[in-house]
Design a binder for this molecule. Structure first.
Ligand code: 5GP
Length: 187
């Protein structure tokens, strides 16, 4: 078993920076110790996604109801859709002894830090903007319009990186995962 430096480890990045791949790799390396916080969203499901595994896909009405019932630790509008972290899901994982990984936007990350000051915030940067654009185009689930929406948010996101505990550049998956391990695991 490994000892982690916090029960709450938050990853944010411009979309296409490879954050989700890094998070998935960590989950598969430490399946008994780590768990993913599965968010709720109003974004349409992508063809390769599964409800309850990638997200809980909600209608706008369902999402609004969950806000009113105070089910969210935090929620934000990102790229025109709502995304939120479900309190119950996070509490349950911590209760059973898991370290929770969050894959959320920069504003959500700051909210988590306010609620859990010992949370570790990690900002993942792509090597450069061109690589980012290429990755978004290759993803094929994005249209020109959503790609440009996502790229427009980039400057804001980079600006927010200064609130994070660590910035890790994702040149290669293996190295990025090593860099993350360095800052989250007690040696
Ligand atoms: P995508 O649509 O590519 O899955 O996610 C778009 C953005 O929303 C990403 O930056 C992702 O990390 C963020 N996101 C996903 N879930 C949550 C959440 O629960 N809260 C917040 N604040 N952002 C989220």
């Amino acid at each position: 078993m490994h000892t982690f430096k916090s029960d709450y480890i938050v990853f944010s990045a411009p979309s296409g920076a490879g954050k989700t791949t890094i998070v998935k790799e960590l989950l598969s390396k430490y399946p008994d110790e780590l768990a993913l916080s599965i968010s709720a969203t109003t974004r349409p499901m992508r063809s390769f996604e599964e409800d309850g595994k990638d997200y809980f896909f909600l209608t706008n009405d369902e999402f609004t109801k969950a806000i009113q019932e105070q089910k969210f630790l935090e929620f934000e509008e990102v790229h025109g859709n709502y995304y939120g972290t479900l309190i119950d899901k996070v509490d349950f994982q911590v209760k059973i002894g898991k370290v929770v990984l969050f894959d959320i936007d920069v504003k959500g990350a700051e909210s988590i830090k306010q609620k859990y000051p010992d949370a570790i915030l990690i900002f993942i940067k792509p090597p450069d903007k061109e690589t980012l654009r290429d990755r978004l185009v290759k993803r094929k689930s994005e249209t020109e319009e959503t790609i440009s929406l996502r790229l427009k948010r980039l400057d804001f996101e980079y600006e927010q990186a200064r609130f994070f505990d660590y910035t890790i550049i994702n040149n290669s998956l293996e190295k990025a995962v090593q860099d993350v391990e360095e800052v989250i695991i007690v040696k």
